[in-house]
Ligand binder design. Structure first.
Ligand SMILES: Cc1cc2nc3c(=O)[nH]c(=O)nc-3n(C[C@H](O)[C@H](O)[C@H](O)COP(=O)(O)OP(=O)(O)OC[C@H]3O[C@@H](n4cnc5c(N)ncnc54)[C@H](O)[C@@H]3O)c2cc1C
Length: 486
């Protein structure tokens, strides 16, 4: 049957649109090689009409479809399973900027546009597309919207959902729903846009989106501050919010074990370090004076140990480069077990203390490597083995228990086991175990309504319908390894 299907697809769409074998290989595994699969073929539509036709063809042949953008996702949502029967639908050829409006402060672009290219298109007009993540050189707008991406500017601008004014989506049965008017207020019934954002390719294929732009800030400054405790960091965050309101555009934290990843620390180290960013419409000298005064007060109040303020654009970039180098530095250091969690800001110190205590009891000497978007309450709570123990042995012996401790502590403090990376395949069973059954039931009904034949990204996000008899809460760290980023 496969050959007939492939022949039919090639006849219908042309050889260049239907990849197989070596040509398909780069689309069959994620960039970490953690979720490899085998596709029947990779389809590469050039426009919305071809997306429609391909989804209809998939339905006609009863094949499932895995939408894929830049393939930088971290939870196994964008690669095929190993059946050799799924079609990967790569959106990368839909890469046109359709409109950039200074008046409306909006950018309408197709799903396959690379995020960094869109940032550059906005910057060329003196505007800012305020979505920023370390994968921005490869990830695509469609993927950003399908995962509701977060990143380093959420504190000021929100995540992809908050920045999106509208979508164009091809439904599982090949219809186009277009809502690209770019309205800031629009209440015509249920909000379909919000349904598709963050649905990880399970409800529809995003083909374009309208994103909010902002005037480019006149000044951007970064300060590296060090602190004795996480509670001090939270207090400084509260003060900074009061002092700068929306000007506070970044508040990224790094624990001591993360700072120890640098062979020769280029900056003062401490139990906690924070990279604080201030963006403002004020000229740089005004912003600098305000930030200096703020840091001086915080030093005097004893909340800060040290503060280093960027003196030039090069220093601003160098400070951010240190933050963005953490994922790779962890890999070089042997890797660790990953958890992308979020908590109410007020609960972060208690959570960290409780989790660290329980983990040390389980395995004395293990090293929590904690960093992330502290201002958003989003931490990458990673756990490295004690010195001299390999990650493989550590995971084998303690991986499941560690993940259970971390996620139980998150739940006990009112947080979420999945902050910004999504569910995909990696966390779907966790979702089944930990999500409110009512929420899960509603999600299943939505999936059933929009994709009754379960063609779009089956096996992602929603857990298997029937838990295995006698199944107990088994955490899912088996899927994490040293190549897993963040
Ligand atoms: C170094 C690094 C740093 C990262 N930092 C962050 C971070 O700070 N914050 C953050 O949120 N994420 C981060 N990520 C994760 C990742 O970059 C984001 O999830 C990103 O939004 C994925 O975009 P993509 O185009 O690569 O999507 P893909 O990986 O191709 O796909 C991701 C999911 O979206 C679906 N999908 C893709 N395109 C479409 C479409 N057009 N229509 C419908 N469904 C679609 C896929 O099926 C899959 O389920 C990071 C990743 C890396 C490698």
């Amino acid at each position: 049957m496969s050959l007939n299907v492939l022949d039919a697809l090639r006849r219908r769409f042309g050889d260049a649109q239907v990849l197989q074998g070596a040509e398909a290989a780069p689309f069959e595994h994620d960039w970490r090689g953690q979720f490899p699969g085998r596709a029947l073929a990779v389809l590469r539509p050039r426009d919305v009409a071809e997306v429609q036709a391909m989804l209809r063809a998939a339905a006609a042949f009863a094949l499932s479809v895995v939408p894929q953008g830049g393939n930088t996702g971290l939870v196994g949502g964008s690669t095929p399973d190993d059946s050799g029967q799924q079609l990967v639908l790569s959106l990368r050829r839909l890469n046109r900027v359709r409109a950039l409006s200074r008046d409306n402060l909006s950018l309408t672009a197709e799903a396959g546009c690379v995020l960094a290219d869109l940032q550059a298109a906005a910057a060329a007009q003196g505007l800012l597309l305020p979505l920023s993540l370390a994968a921005e050189g490869s990830c695509t707008l469609g993927g950003n919207l399908a995962t509701n991406a977060g990143g380093t500017q959420v504190l000021r601008w929100g995540n992809a959902r908050d920045l999106c004014l509208g979508l164009e989506v091809v439904t599982a049965d090949g219809q186009v729903w277009s809502d690209l008017d770019g309205l800031r207020k629009d209440h015509r019934g249920f909000n379909l846009r919000d349904l598709f954002i963050g649905s990880e390719g399970c409800l529809g294929v995003i083909t374009a989106g309208v994103m909010k732009l902002a005037p480019k800030p006149r000044s951007r400054l970064a300060a590296w501050i060090t602190l004795r405790t996480l509670s001090d960091a939270m207090a400084v965050l509260a003060q900074a919010r009061e002092a700068f309101a929306e000007g506070l555009s970044g508040f990224e934290a790094m624990g001591a074990e993360v700072q120890a990843l640098w062979d020769a620390p280029p900056l003062p180290t401490a139990p906690w370090a924070v990279l604080l960013e201030l963006s403002s419409a004020d000229p740089e000298d005004v912003s600098r004076a305000r930030l200096e005064a703020f840091l001086g007060e915080e030093l005097q109040a004893g909340r800060l140990q040290n503060a280093v303020l960027s003196q030039s654009q090069a220093q601003f970039e160098a400070l951010w480069a240190l933050r963005e180098a953490i994922p790779e530095a962890q890999t070089r250091a042997g890797g660790n077990l990953k958890h992308d969690i979020s908590l109410p800001l007020s609960a972060l110190p208690a959570f960290c203390e409780s989790a660290a205590q329980q983990l040390q009891t389980l395995c004395p000497g293990l090293r929590p490597m904690v960093f992330g978007h502290l201002g958003d309450g989003n931490l990458h709570y990673n756990v490295a083995p004690p010195s001299g123990v390999t990650l493989a042995a550590f995971r084998q012996q303690h991986g499941d228990a560690i993940t259970q401790i971390v996620f139980d502590a998150v739940a006990a403090h009112g947080g979420s086991f999945s902050a910004e990376h999504g569910i995909g395949r990696l966390r779907r069973e966790e979702l089944g175990r930990r999500l409110d059954p009512v929420a899960l039931g509603l999600m299943r009904q939505i999936k059933q309504a929009l994709d009754p034949a379960n063609r779009l990204n089956p096996g992602r996000v929603l857990p298997a319908e029937q838990p295995r008899a006698g199944a107990t809460a088994q955490p899912t760290n088996a899927g994490d390894d040293q190549r897993y980023c963040c």
